[in-house]
Design a protein around this ligand. Structure first.
Ligand SMILES: [Zn+2]
Length: 245
């Protein structure tokens, strides 16, 4: 067994037998892993307390290549994101971020960008009043970092540059030019400001993205487009979304 250490975000926890805990973690250095923490429910102080969902912890674990679960021997909570835990709306958004992160990742598929995005988003939730804004930034950047990015700079069917009003096709994964509207009758007319906002959020710094002014009609169109795109390309419904405002 090889001993490893990493920073990790706690995605889920389950009780195991009388005294132990199973944890699903998204680590900075190894991607998503499963772990067993033996005896922690009997003596949580030995581990620095019980690991809480969406806390950021420093973990030490023994890799067990032939077993589903690694043996976690240390799980020190570094950041608990307390302002989120005191606010139901923020808690719902944090749970949504973790469910999306879990849905786009596979075990042992390291993605430091996704780790940093999640930490930045949880930190921003602690400070920012507008949780919906952080959610749109999280969704757009998560799609980018996990290889699900929609095609917006040219027609997803014929690859021509979009010069007139395009329509967004969730099924085809991007914008259709007027010549290709027939490829998807359910593609939706999309405001230019919506596409420009997605492009800006993808390319700008975290701070600049947080301060982007988003008009109400664009905010509402972003929800429609991103929800339908995520549902189709993740091939599953994200259950925690129904608790968002
Ligand atoms: Zn086209």
């Amino acid at each position: 067994m090889t001993i490893q250490k990493s920073e990790a975000i706690v995605l889920k926890t389950w009780s195991f037998r009388e005294t132990s805990l199973i944890v699903n973690l998204f680590t900075k250095d190894f991607g998503k892993i499963g772990g067993l923490i033996k005896g922690i429910r009997q003596a949580p102080q030995r581990y620095g307390g019980l690991p809480l969902v969406f806390s950021r912890s420093s973990i030490v674990f023994y890799e067990r290549p032939k077993r589903d679960l690694n043996l976690v021997t240390q799980c020190d909570a570094g950041e608990q994101f307390l302002p989120i835990r005191r606010d139901l709306e923020k808690t719902n958004y944090a749970n949504y971020f973790l469910e999306l992160l879990d849905a786009v990742t596979f075990d042992y598929d390291k993605n430091e960008g996704l780790f940093e995005l999640t930490v930045d988003s949880l930190k921003a939730l602690c400070l920012e009043q507008e949780s919906w804004r952080i959610a749109r930034i999280f969704e757009i950047r998560l799609l980018n970092l996990s290889g699900f990015k929609p095609r917006l700079d040219s027609c997803v069917n014929c690859q021509r540059r979009i010069t007139a009003e395009g329509r967004f096709s969730s099924i085809l994964g991007g914008i259709l030019c007027p010549r290709c509207f027939a490829c998807d009758s359910r593609a939706k007319a999309t405001l230019r400001g919506t596409l420009a906002s997605i492009d800006y959020i993808e390319k700008s710094s975290w701070q600049k993205a947080l301060h982007l002014k988003i008009a109400p009609d664009i905010a509402s169109e972003l929800v429609t487009i991103l929800t339908s795109f995520l549902d189709i390309h993740l091939d599953k419904r994200i259950k925690s979304r129904k608790f968002l405002i």
